[in-house]
Ligand binder design. Structure first.
Ligand code: ADP
Length: 164
């Protein structure tokens, strides 16, 4: 039986914190699907297509990882791709309450699923997509936070916005 895991998130955009989790999970499971949530409450900076492209480029050398997206409930997506493992990353206690609620809600909706938490690498404990966006927006350097291609996209996004 193929052990398949799903790592859901908004990935707006993908950071080195996400990539660290992806690489570690790819070593544990046979197959990992990084699934971009389309219907997040937050208004994303990048379109779904842009987020897919950045993630695909970032994981292209990891053989057992693929990138997909979903709309609607995560548990329905899990059933569709025949996966029972949800992967999430934990950075700080502040992540915990939300993650705990989500894990319990998903378990209620789909009792066969399990949520697995990986603790962040301490190097990335402070890192979030929002922080990378904020720093880039005000002209700061994000080269240690996101892959080069993502840094370029952030730069283009804000530069274009500024000249509008
Ligand atoms: P969401 O909006 O669903 O939280 P994100 O793209 O912000 O989506 O995050 C996806 C997952 O990655 C979440 O479980 C989040 O806690 C985790 N994550 C984000 N940044 C890091 C990081 N620096 N280290 C470890 N996990 C992280």
């Amino acid at each position: 039986m193929v052990r398949k895991a799903v790592y859901p998130g908004s990935f707006d955009p993908v950071t080195y914190g996400h990539l660290d989790i992806i690489k570690r999970v790819a070593n544990i499971y046979d197959e990992l699907i990084v699934a971009i949530a389309q219907n997040v409450a937050k208004v994303p900076l990048f379109t779904l297509e842009e987020r897919i492209e950045m993630l695909r480029e970032s994981v292209k050398d990891i053989k057992n990882v693929c990138v997909d997206y979903f709309d609607g409930l995560l548990v329905d997506y899990l059933k569709r791709v025949e996966a029972k493992i949800i992967v999430r990353g934990l950075r700080a206690v502040s992540d915990f309450e939300y993650e705990f609620q989500q894990a319990l809600a998903n378990k209620k909706l789909y009792p066969e699923c399990e949520t697995i938490f990986l603790v962040t690498d301490s190097k990335y404990a402070y890192l979030s997509s929002s922080m990378a966006k904020e720093i880039s927006k005000f002209g700061g350097c994000v080269k240690d936070l996101v892959p080069d291609m993502v840094a370029k996209k952030l730069y283009m996004k804000f530069r274009t916005e500024n000249v509008k």
